[in-house]
Design a protein around this ligand. Structure first.
Ligand code: F6P
Length: 535
C-alpha cells in the first residue's frame, strides 16, 4: 500500500468522526498547534489525528519537499516548462549570494533595490517633484501579480502610510482608470507602469490612457512616469527614462513579485524602512521553511492540512477568512497565488493528474462574511474548510472594544463550525420558546448545525509590515509544498493564454473588420447583439 492509499483509507475510516469529540484528550489543542516567530498556527479544529499527521508528514518526506525547496532557494530551474529558476526569495534576502548560470545575481538585485530606496526617498521627501509640485498621488498601473500584491499590501499596511496616496488601476474596463484619475491632479501625480513583460494588453492600454490624461495638463508627461519591468527595451520605447525604470529578472514569477520593484508603490506609501521590515518578515519565514522539520514547519503543515482536505477528504474549496478589514484584498491575492500556481491538470512530466489539482480559494474579511455566505458554511451540504486569521491587537487603541468584538466573533465562528448544534439541543431551544408537536420538530430541524466543519486559525500579535511579510511567505511556501506533493509545476500559467489569444482575435470581429465566420454560433450571436445594441 502506498502512502497515498494509506491516507485515502484513513480519510474513509474517520470521515464520520466528530472533531469536537477528539478534544476529549486534553492535549489536542497543544498537540496540533505550532508556533514560529510572531505566529501561532492552530490546526486542532480539523479531523487530523496523530496517525494522520504522521502519514501526511511521511507524504511530504516521500515527495522530497525539502530537496525541492533547496533546489528552489539555490536557483535550480524548477520552472521546467519555461526553463526558469524560481528565486523570488532572493528579493527578500538581500545579503545572500545566489549563483545562477555561474553568476551571482545578488549584486544587481541589491543595486536595483538601492535605486528603489533612493527614488522613494526622493519622492517622499520632495526632491522628485511633478510639474505642479510635490507628488501627492501615485497610480500603479498593472494587473495580476503586478497589481494584486502591492494593492493588497498597501491596504493592509494603511496605518504605516506616510507617503503619497497610492491608487491601483488594473482592469481594461475604462471605468477603472476613469474613476481613478477623475479626482487626481496630473501635475502632482506619478504613474508607475508595472508589468513584468510590458506587453500585457490591459496594462499597456491603461498606460496609454494615463499618458494622454497627463499630456492634457503637463508639458512632459513621460517625466512623471516610472516603469517596473523585465523588458528594458519596451519601457524605453514607451518613453520612460532609464533612471526611472526598475528592472527584475525572469526568475521572479509575476505572482511572487511584490518583494522587488513591483513593490515600488508600497515602498512609496510606507517608506523604505517599513518596506525592509516587510521583507524581513518574509525572510524569517523563508529560513524557518528551509530549516525546520516537517512536523514543526508552518508552511509544510498548512500545506498538509490543505492536501488532506482537498485530495483526501474531497473538499473542493477553501475559504480564507481574515478577521482584519485591512486584509480585505488578501483572498483575491491568494486566489492568484494559489489558483494560478496549482490549477494544473498535468504533472511536471506532462501526464494527466490522477487526483484533483489545487482547490478553489475564496473569502472575505470577518465579520462581513458572517452576514453573507457563512450560512452555507454552517448549514450547506458541502464542507468548506476555513482558514481564520486574527491579530490579537488592532492599530486603534481607542477602539479596543471593537477589536474585542472582532476577536470574539472569529473565535465563535471556528467554535460553532466545529461544535454545531444537535437536533436535541435545537429541539430544547424551540420547546422553551413554546413550540410543540410536529411544528416543534419542523422548526428544530432548521436550527440544526451538523458541526465538524474543519478550520485552522493563524494568530499573530498585530498586522505590522513584518507580520504581513511572514503571512505572505507562509502562503507562498504552502502553495509550493502542495505543488510538489501534486507533482505539478506551480510556476507557469499556460491556462491564461488561450483566452488572451481569442480576445485579440475577437476585437476586429466586434469592430466589424472581420466577419468572425470561424466563431461558434453562440459567440457570433453575442457579437451580433452587441453590434445591434451599440447601433
Ligand atoms: O494572467 C497572466 C499573467 O501573466 C500573470 O501571471 C501576471 O501576474 C499578469 O499576467 C501580469 O503580467 P505582466 O506583469 O507581464 O503585465
Amino acid at each position: 500500500m502506498t502512502i497515498w492509499q494509506d491516507l485515502i483509507a484513513k480519510s474513509e475510516a474517520v470521515k464520520s468522526r466528530k472533531i469536537a469529540e477528539m478534544f476529549d484528550n486534553d492535549n489536542r489543542a497543544a498537540s496540533f498547534t505550532r508556533d514560529f516567530g510572531p505566529f501561532m498556527l492552530d490546526f486542532s479544529k480539523t479531523n487530523i489525528d496523530a496517525e494522520t499527521l504522521g502519514l501526511l508528514v511521511k507524504l511530504a518526506a516521500d515527495c522530497n519537499v525539502q530537496a525541492r525547496a533547496e533546489a528552489m532557494f539555490t536557483g535550480a530551474k524548477i520552472n521546467e516548462t519555461e526553463g526558469r529558476a524560481v528565486l523570488h526569495t532572493a528579493l527578500r534576502n538581500l545579503d545572500a549570494s545566489v549563483v545562477l548560470d555561474g553568476q551571482d545575481v545578488m549584486p544587481e538585485v541589491r543595486a536595483t533595490y538601492d535605486r528603489m530606496v533612493a527614488f522613494s526617498r526622493d519622492v517622499r521627501e520632495g526632491r522628485f517633484v511633478g510639474q505642479g509640485g510635490a507628488i501627492t498621488d501615485v497610480v500603479n498601473i498593472g494587473i495580476g501579480g503586478s497589481d494584486l500584491g502591492p494593492a493588497m499590501a498597501t491596504l493592509a499596511l494603511a496605518p504605516y502610510h506616510d507617503g503619497p496616496r497610492c491608487h491601483f488601476v488594473s482592469n481594461v474596463d475604462g471605468a477603472h482608470i476613469h474613476d481613478t484619475l477623475k479626482g487626481l491632479n496630473p501635475e502632482t501625480t506619478l504613474v508607475i507602469v508595472a508589468s513584468k513583460t510590458f506587453t500585457t494588453i490591459e496594462t499597456m492600454t491603461n498606460a496609454e490612457t494615463a499618458k494622454r490624461w497627463m499630456a492634457e495638463k503637463v508639458a512632459q508627461p513621460a517625466a512623471q512616469f516610472a516603469a517596473v519591468s523585465t523588458a528594458a527595451d519596451k519601457t524605453a520605447a514607451f518613453g520612460i527614462a532609464a533612471e526611472r525604470v526598475f528592472g527584475f529578472a525572469d526568475w521572479v514569477g509575476g505572482r511572487y513579485s511584490m518583494w522587488g520593484p513591483i513593490g515600488l508603490s508600497l515602498m512609496l506609501a510606507i517608506g523604505p524602512e517599513d518596506f525592509a521590515d516587510f521583507l524581513h518578515g518574509a525572510a524569517e519565514m523563508d529560513a524557518h521553511f528551509r530549516t525546520t522539520d516537517y512536523a514543526e514547519n508552518l508552511p509544510v503543515l498548512l500545506a498538509l492540512v490543505g492536501i488532506w482536505h482537498n485530495q483526501f477528504c474531497g473538499y473542493a474549496t477553501r475559504a480564507v477568512l481574515p478577521y482584519e478589514q485591512r486584509l480585505s484584498r488578501l483572498p483575491a491575492y491568494l486566489q492568484q497565488l494559489e489558483m494560478e500556481s496549482n490549477g494544473k491538470r498535468v504533472s511536471m512530466d506532462g501526464k494527466d493528474l490522477e487526483f484533483h489539482s489545487g482547490p478553489v480559494v475564496w473569502g472575505e474579511p470577518g465579520t462581513n462574511g458572517q452576514h453573507a455566505f457563512y450560512q452555507l458554511i454552517h448549514q450547506g451540504t458541502r464542507v468548506i474548510p476555513c482558514e481564520f486569521m486574527l491579530g490579537a491587537e488592532g492599530h486603534e487603541p481607542d477602539l479596543a472594544h471593537q477589536h474585542m468584538l472582532l476577536m470574539a466573533n472569529c473565535l465563535a465562528q471556528s467554535e460553532a463550525l466545529m461544535r454545531g448544534r444537535s437536533l436535541a439541543e435545537a429541539t430544547e431551544i424551540m420547546r422553551k420558546k413554546g413550540l410543540e408537536g410536529a411544528e416543534l420538530e419542523r422548526q428544530a430541524r432548521h436550527r440544526v448545525f451538523p458541526g465538524s466543519r474543519p478550520s485552522t486559525t493563524l494568530l499573530y500579535p498585530k498586522l505590522t509590515p513584518e507580520v504581513l511579510g511572514g503571512i505572505v511567505a507562509l502562503y507562498e511556501h504552502r502553495v509550493f509544498v502542495e505543488g510538489v506533493i501534486l507533482g505539478i509545476n506551480s510556476f507557469d500559467q499556460w491556462g491564461v493564454e488561450l483566452g488572451k489569444e481569442l480576445a485579440l482575435a475577437l476585437s476586429p470581429v466586434l469592430e466589424g473588420q472581420s466577419d468572425g465566420a470561424d466563431k461558434d454560433g453562440s459567440t457570433r450571436q453575442l457579437v451580433a447583439r452587441i453590434q445591434t445594441l451599440r447601433g
